[in-house]
Design a protein around this ligand. Structure first.
Ligand code: ADP
Ligand code: MG
Length: 255
């Protein structure tokens, strides 16, 4: 058995609030194998973003631990790339300048940084927009830039926190295709949080289902669909059956 790329053990998280302790996560354990695409679905407020922030090293868990390969995670780590729901692109930087930022911070020479940023922009279908500013781009294009920026420093693990949640349905499906193509090419280990069940099923190898807060992983659904997966999700009976199974696991009141 290969070693997992990321392991989380017994993560619990408590936020102190004016009204006392608020437990956002309860005993979450998971392991991501190298090259695996795992989706996490759960109702709003169940602790998905909390989980992702912990896995990114941005938030120390109240209890539990995270390991990347054979090392414990102690804080933000360049082996982890992350895309948030609404990504904070720097408004005064062009597309190319936004994407190459992580490389600049690493001290990568400018010509190489530009070359790598351009290659990523091409992979997300944004060639020709290198000199555009974020305000000149649609929401879907901005998320493509965020994806390129998260991948430019070649992280081992990509964490995605509802990256397409603010986009309309068609743009979202197109971005799903961009993401699948990227993943099939690069085979990063991906953990994607979403509350969109069809999106989770279409993209992932398995889906982890979380309970309402405090979020715990209550089910795991393996996705029996062949790869590569194209744009024809709705024509697969197994797709619809698996969407149904995940919805059942989520239970009433949560989709
Ligand atoms: P999700 O991403 O699944 O919607 P979150 O992880 O954002 O859930 O939040 C889980 C719970 O923790 C929610 O009830 C939210 O209000 C609460 N929460 C999130 N961040 C904080 C914080 N910084 N302080 C206090 N409570 C928080
Ligand atoms: Mg969230």
């Amino acid at each position: 058995m290969p070693r997992p790329a990321l392991v989380a053990r017994h993560l619990s998280h408590c936020y102190p609030t004016a009204r006392g302790e608020l437990w956002a996560l309860r005993e979450v354990s998971l392991a991501l194998m190298p090259g695996e695409f795992v989706a996490v679905v759960g109702p709003s407020g169940c602790g998905k973003t909390t989980l992702l922030r912990i896995l990114a090293g941005l938030l120390p868990p109240t209890r539990g631990e995270v390991w990347l390969g054979d090392r414990p995670l102690r804080g933000p780590d360049r082996r982890v790339g992350i895309v948030f729901q609404k990504d904070a692109l720097l408004p005064w930087r062009t597309t190319l300048e936004n994407v190459r930022l992580p490389l600049e911070l690493d001290g990568c020479p400018r010509p190489e940084a530009d070359r790598r940023a351009r290659a990523l922009l091409e992979q997300v279908g944004l060639q020709g927009f290198e000199e555009a500013y974020p305000r000149e781009l649609s929401g879907g294009m901005q998320q493509r830039v965020a994806l390129a920026r998260a991948l430019v420093a070649d992280p081992e693990i990509l964490l995605l926190d509802e990256p397409f949640a603010t986009l309309d349905a068609l743009t979202r499906e197109r971005l799903n295709e961009v993401l699948i193509a990227l993943w099939e090419r690069q085979r990063k280990t991906v953990l994607m949080v979403t509350h969109d069940v069809p999106e989770a099923v279409w993209l992932a190898d398995r889906v982890l289902v979380m309970s309402p807060r405090p979020g715990a992983v209550v089910a795991e659904v393996r996705i029996p669909l062949p790869r590569p997966r194209g744009a024809d999700r709705w024509s697969h009976p197994a797709f619809l059956q698996t969407v149904w199974a995940v919805r059942q696991a989520l239970g009433d009141g949560a989709r």
